[in-house]
Structure formats: structure tokens, C-alpha cells
Design a protein around this ligand. Sequence first.
Ligand code: ATP
Ligand code: MG
Length: 493
Amino acid sequence: MTTHPLWSFESLVAAAGATASGSPAGPMTGFSIDTRTIEPGDVFIALKDQRDGHDFVSAAFAKGAAAAIVSDTYAAKPGDGALIRTADTLLALESIGRAARARLATDARVIAVTGSVGKTTTKEMLRLAFQALGPTHASEKSYNNHWGVPLTLARMPATTRYAIFEIGMNHAGEITPLTGMVRPHVALITTVENAHIENFANEEGIADAKAEIFTGLEPSGTALINLDNRHAARLIASARTRHVHITGITKDQQPADAIAKFAVDDVVALAACQMTATASQGEVIRAGHRGTLPFSIGTVGLHMVMNALFVTAALDATGAATPAGLAALAAFSPPPGRGSRTRLLLNGGGEILLIDESYNANPASMRAALSVLPSLPRTAYPRRIAVLGDMLELGPESPALHAGLQDAIDATGVDLLFAAGPNMQHLYEQVPAARRGAWAASSADLEPHLLAMLQPGDVVMVKGSNGSKMGRLVAAIEAKWVRTTPAETGPAE
Ligand SMILES: Nc1ncnc2c1ncn2[C@@H]1O[C@H](COP(=O)(O)OP(=O)(O)OP(=O)(O)O)[C@@H](O)[C@H]1O
Ligand SMILES: [Mg+2]
């Protein structure tokens, strides 16, 4: 948490376009919309979301809020401190966010990340890389929506040199206003997949909604596009209309071939790559540069390598010291629930490897997570167990998309499948009986069956949408077996 004042009271009131009563008890060092996590010195913003934040203003002041941004109609209570009154608190937050962006130095660089999967992972990799080069500010967790993006902007210190924003969407039209606030110099789309498909007619619609991120690009900004994605040409065409520099990212193609095929301005490609049980290493080749750059990331999987290529391109596009930034990725470890690995001992001896992918899932990230299993040698881990929960928000295609994971189960040599939820049942019933561990309606019901079956030498990968609550199985395994190594986890979410 920053300890320097983010704003003077007068400048904040002006930025919010609001009127003020009282004066803050101390310096304003942050912003909060949630009294469960508020810190002393934060400005509390009473948003109307699932609950009305105005019910928590007193609690915010009791916990040391420096001021509160409230609606004109809010009736002040005894004990309230400085109040900043406005017609609409969300609009005020957006105005503060825009003012925070406007006051950055002209040589500061802003990067915006969207995509169907991998946003938070890539954002955290970017944070690590740019942090090595100068004062860096980045979104917390997956704060990527209509309040998360302006809140991240409002929290941005004026001295920020590199700012990194995660931007998400569930519907067409949501990214345009957010990227308009962020005004990135570099905008990237990790990948386009059939996540949130229930709100779209088809995947092309998803691609177009992601491409909205380019509408906020600064003049002479750079669009980073995944050339290995089936919608690459569509994204490139969209970026072209903005007259920006376009860099293609590829792990599957040679730079010269990719430039010829896609007519992009630049290419960052993978020259070589090896995986160990806990790390991915390789070399990056960039069009127009001699030689290659080495990289190493403390996590496994080609999808993670792809994210590192995006980081390389972002470093290049901002004119930063690319080799030094890329070298910082060696310290990367996945955030909790996104591929973190733990070795655990059974009381009687013998080890299992637990891969925690429980934070979220869609067909693309399921395949990506399963794809790391073959890199674990059978000699150390003879049995591969996938514990999969329902992927949510997939619309009418959901049963087919679940059953369609069969090829990935086969290709990655999964020996035993445990499944939870009505959607995963479609996959479960399709695998050969010898490879069925157990199915249950919920993760809670699956728990005893799973725990009874685990044995030393198992690698256990747990994954599902957050709403499928597969994290409880991770917790149950960790409670039964004893951790032998520190969890290989990175920053929170
Ligand atoms: N480039 C990628 N392609 C496919 N899967 C990825 C990629 N990067 C990370 N993943 C995996 O996808 C899952 C979700 O990752 P992450 O949290 O970074 O996505 P997100 O886009 O931020 O999700 P959300 O929309 O919930 O914020 C993790 O299990 C992670 O290991
Ligand atoms: Mg995220």
C-alpha cells in the first residue's frame, strides 16, 4: 500500500466534480469500495452494486477512512468524517480515474490486457517485468470491470512510470468505455476463445468485443495480437482501422513467415523451448533484431510461454530495457488457483504433486492446464489424475463443450478422471470405465471418493469454474497430506 498521499482533498474534489463538507483527518493514501478490506487513510467510495455502499459509510470511518464519496442524498451520520457529495458515485470514480490517467508524465507508459483467458496471469507477468525497470502500478486481482478499472486508475500514484490494467467483459460494448479511460500505449489480447459465449451469437462476436480494446489506444500506440489464434486476421483488421503499430505474437511460426502471412509490422516468436517439472525456459526471436533473448519462467506450459512472449513485445513497444525486464520473469510463479504446484507427503510416506487450477475454467484453459501433464515424467509420477468441475457460462453448447474435452484427456494421458457437476457428467460418462474415478453432483460430494483413491506417485490436477468450488478439494487434499515444500504460489489472485 502506498503511504504517500495520492491526492490533496481539493484536487480530489475537483477531479470528482463534486462538493465537499468537512476535511479529511489525515492524508488520503488509497481508495476502497469494500469495508472488509479498507485500510486507514483510504477514501471510501459508496457504490451501488450488489449492496448499497452507503450502508457501510459509518463502518468505513470507524476503520479509519480519510473521506467518503457519497450520493447527494446521503444523510450524514454522527461520526462521519469528510464527505464528498456527488449525483452518481460511479461517475465520480470514473472522473477521478480519468484525472489520474491525465496527470501521468508524458513518458509514462500504459499497458492494457484483455483476452478470454490469461489476463491476470499476463498482467502479473507484466507487473514483475516492468517493476524491475521503474515505478509500476497494476490492477489488483481481476479488477477488470466497470468499477475495477476506474478504481485501479484512481489508486495510481502520479509518479507511476509503468501502469498495467486488466480489462474484462461479459458483453459487447463493455471494453470501449474502459479502454477509453485507460488510454493505453500498448493494448494486447491474449487469446479469443468461447468463454462467456452465452452472451454472444458466435466466436467472431467475442473477437470483435475484445478488439474494442484498440479503440482506446493512444496515437502511435501498439496492438499486440496472438497470431496462433484462429481469429488473428479479424483482430488485425480491427487494429488496422486505428492506424496503430501491430506486433504479432507466435509460438508456432517463424517470424518471416508470420510477417508474410499476416502483414503485421513486427513479430515476436519462440525460437526454442524446454519444460522442467516446475519451469519453462527458452529463447525469443524478434523480427528485426539479431540473435535471440533467453527467458525462464517459474511455471510450466506453452500457454505460459505465450504470455511471456507478450511481455517481451510489451517491453519492446514501450521502449523499455527488454532483456532486463524479461530476466525478471524468472521469479514468476503462478497466482493461487492458476497452476500453483505443491508437493505433499502422506503420513505413511510417499509423495503426490498437487496442481491447483481451481480458480477458473473454460475449454481453452482446461486444455492448457491438461497439456502440462505430459511434461511430468511417469518415472516420478506414474499416475495422472484430473479432477474437473463444471465450466460455467457456456450457454446451450455447454454439454458438447464438456464432452469435447475427451480428446485432451486422451492426448495428455490422464489415467483417472474425477468429475463434479451436471456438465462434467457428459465427459465422465464418455471416458472408458477403467479411467473413471468417480462422479458426484458437487465438489463436496466428490470429496470422500477422491480422498479415498489418492496414492503416492499421483499427480493431481484440480480445475473448474470458480462457481464449481473445486478449491475445496484442493483444501481437503492439503489437509489430509502434509506439505513438503512451500507452496509455489505468487501474489494473491
Ligand atoms: N495464454 C493462456 N492460454 C490459456 N490458458 C491460460 C493462459 N494463461 C493462463 N492460462 C490459464 O488460464 C486460467 C485462468 O488464468 P487467468 O486468471 O490469468 O485468466 P483471466 O483471463 O484473468 O480470467 P478472469 O476472466 O477470471 O479474470 C489459469 O488456469 C491459467 O493457468
Ligand atoms: Mg483475471
